[in-house]
Design a binder for this molecule. Structure first.
Ligand code: OAD
Length: 245
């Protein structure tokens, strides 16, 4: 155990090496459709079947995927840090399957395996439904009969209040010694804001991303490598630096 507070922020790049396509860039396109246009309330209102098809394919791909060395390194760091929180924009379950406990993780854009009602507050976990393609109908709410939708945050929607509160509480509890931002374009202002607030008292801000991002200029260390290469090395270095009690 070491006496450090750590915040890790991750995005799609961390799951890229598990074979999950990122959102931006050519790999993200599905049948020539831009995910940034599919992951919207407007796309669901216009063609819920199409949006469900896309999510079902993603669910299947995620079920078949395995956590990679980046997910495992983050779970290892969590075991050694005195206080630790991961805030991931990923809706897959690969951080959890790498062994990171749920109480140390916030899925700020939701969970792809949750199916929730588009009208009332009914929701269920659909992880066990292995054969998505057999469920070709659009699911309906058993309570109010409205269309069910994936339990993810779409463009233009608000972040889940309870999860947002967990991030705020962690930031308010004190500054972080290390913030690692891995595999995200940091398109959303709140990601940049959390990283900067957490390191405002001279904490180290480490960016892991092969490409430059809006956060890069603020980083104290930039690792321009794939996350599955950089993170295991970084985590071992951080753990080795700790005072041996
Ligand atoms: P993006 O798909 O926008 O960006 C992926 C980032 O990962 C880019 O900055 C890449 O350079 C980087 N990257 C690619 N391969 C990598 C690798 N092997 N190792 C490390 N980094 C790598 O994904 P996000 O930034 O996560 O939101 O996207 C944020 C949000 O926008 C998503 O959660 C989703 C999306 O639209 C919603 O659906 C609300």
């Amino acid at each position: 155990m070491f006496d450090d507070r750590v915040l890790v922020l991750t995005g799609a790049g961390v799951s890229a090496e598990s074979g999950i396509p990122t959102f931006r860039g050519k790999d993200g396109y599905w049948r020539n459709l831009d995910p940034a246009k599919l992951a919207t309330p407007e796309a669901f209102a216009k063609d819920p079947g199409l949006v469900w098809e896309w999510y079902r394919e993603r669910r299947e791909r995620i079920r078949a995927a395995q956590p990679n060395a980046a997910h495992k390194a983050i779970a290892k760091l969590a075991q050694h840090a005195r206080e630790f929180l991961l805030v991931t924009q990923n809706v897959d379950d690969l951080h959890a399957r790498a062994g990171l406990p749920k109480e140390k993780m916030v899925q700020i854009h939701g969970d792809i395996f949750v199916t929730r009602c588009s009208r009332c507050n009914f929701s269920r976990h659909d992880h066990e439904h292995e054969h998505e393609r057999e469920h070709i109908d659009i699911p309906r709410c058993p309570r109010c009969n409205a269309l069910m939708r994936p339990g993810v945050v779409w463009f233009g929607e608000e972040l889940p209040w309870g999860e947002l509160q967990r991030v705020e509480n962690y930031l308010e509890d004190g500054p972080c010694d290390f913030v690692i931002v891995a595999g995200t374009t940091t398109t959303f202002g709140y990601i940049v804001d959390w990283a900067l607030r957490a390191t405002a008292s001279d904490g180290e801000l480490i960016e892991v991303n092969p490409a430059e991002t809006p956060l890069s200029e603020f980083a104290t260390q930039r690792m321009r490598e794939p996350a599955a290469i950089a993170l295991p090395r970084l985590v071992d270095q951080l753990i080795a630096q700790l005072p041996k009690l």
